[in-house]
Design a protein around this ligand. Structure first.
Ligand code: GSH
Length: 223
């Protein structure tokens, strides 16, 4: 089984299925196709039906899209409990994952990862930081994310530091968001996180051992 990803340092969509497969204990190799170098579009078109990463090559098939790969993993590794056991938590976990997959365009665009219009490369993994965003559209996205984090943690967080207590697919989908909050120095308290629940959750995602391994790979492989 092979997971094909974009630049480890800044491909946010690639991080999600990597975290999922690691959590499942899957045996897989990782291939990085750097985006934005010479001829990258052609290289990507050779392997990817959608022209995008991530992709999973398994059982003679190529599965594309981070959500499709993660759902495949939930099916293949039922013991990994990528969806919470509790029925209500499971339904809401799926809502969070789907909302994360389909929304938050302002945050993605204005707090982008990768090269910006000035050629500055923003990464999920480095110590460099960028100016916080100022638009109302991003503020609305951040307020909604804080609302998700605080309400789910308050309802379901008793069994651990993650969104539904134990680590689930929602955490894989929210880890890239945590890196945007860190890199763009977004003050969660100013977006409704009065008691620090969202900030504590974000910190838990950023110190998860699998995310730290991804960070280390970006450093050692040059991102
Ligand atoms: N919805 C897709 C989005 C994938 C995506 O946009 N990947 C970016 C890299 S992070 C990409 O391949 N960009 C290349 C391009 O747009 O040409 C997923 O979840 O996998």
């Amino acid at each position: 089984m092979e997971l094909i990803v974009g630049n480890i340092a800044f491909s946010t969509w690639s991080l999600r299925p990597w975290l999922v497969l690691k959590h499942c204990g899957a045996a897989f190799t990782l291939a990085e196709i750097p985006l934005y170098g010479d001829g990258w579009k052609a290289r990507l078109a050779e392997v990817s039906p959608s022209g995008k990463v991530p992709l999973l090559k398994v059982d003679g098939e190529t599965i594309w899209d981070s959500l499709a790969i993660s759902v495949w993993a939930a099916e293949r590794y039922p013991d990994a409990a990528l969806w919470p056991d509790d029925a209500a938590a499971r339904w809401l976990c799926r809502s969070v994952v789907c909302e994360m997959h389909s929304s938050f365009g302002a945050l993605r665009t204005e707090c982008g990862m990768g090269p910006d219009a000035n050629g500055v490369i923003h990464t999920m993994v480095g110590d460099d930081r960028a100016e916080p965003p100022t638009s109302e559209a991003v503020a609305a996205d951040v307020r909604r994310l804080v609302e998700i984090m605080t309400t789910m943690r308050a309802r379901f967080g008793a069994d651990g530091p993650y969104l539904f207590g134990k680590w689930s697919m929602a955490d894989a989908f929210l880890t890239p968001v945590a890196t945007r909050f860190r890199h763009y120095r977004i003050d969660l308290a100013a977006h409704g996180d009065q008691d620090g629940i969202a900030a504590g959750y974000v910190a838990a995602l950023l110190r998860h051992p699998d995310f730290l391994e991804w960070t280390e790979r970006a450093v050692t492989q040059g991102g």
